[in-house]
Ligand binder design. Structure first.
Ligand SMILES: [Zn+2]
Length: 85
């Protein structure tokens, strides 16, 4: 495992985003969670992704109890949040 690649930018982020999704689905191992949170500490881009994805899941869960979610909702939220970044 490489641990000091962060100063090079976001080159390794896709790997972390995969773990991020596992984690949000409660499918990540403890080891993966630690691995990710150490990176998110230093990487604003992944932190943002984490916040956004978490928000989307909460929103969808809330919406599901009352009414169907419009298909474009998730990407709309993503666009809104990233625009203000
Ligand atoms: Zn990252």
């Amino acid at each position: 495992m490489e641990e000091s690649t962060d100063k090079a930018g976001n080159s390794g982020c896709s790997e972390y985003l995969e773990i991020l999704h596992l984690m949000l689905d409660n499918e990540a191992t403890k080891e993966q969670e630690n691995y990710l949170s150490a990176h998110v500490d230093k990487c604003m881009s992944c932190l943002k992704h984490y916040e956004v994805e978490k928000e989307i899941r909460i929103l969808i869960k809330t919406k599901l109890t009352s009414q169907p979610v419009p298909p474009g909702l998730a990407s709309e939220i993503r666009r809104k949040i990233f625009k203000s970044a």
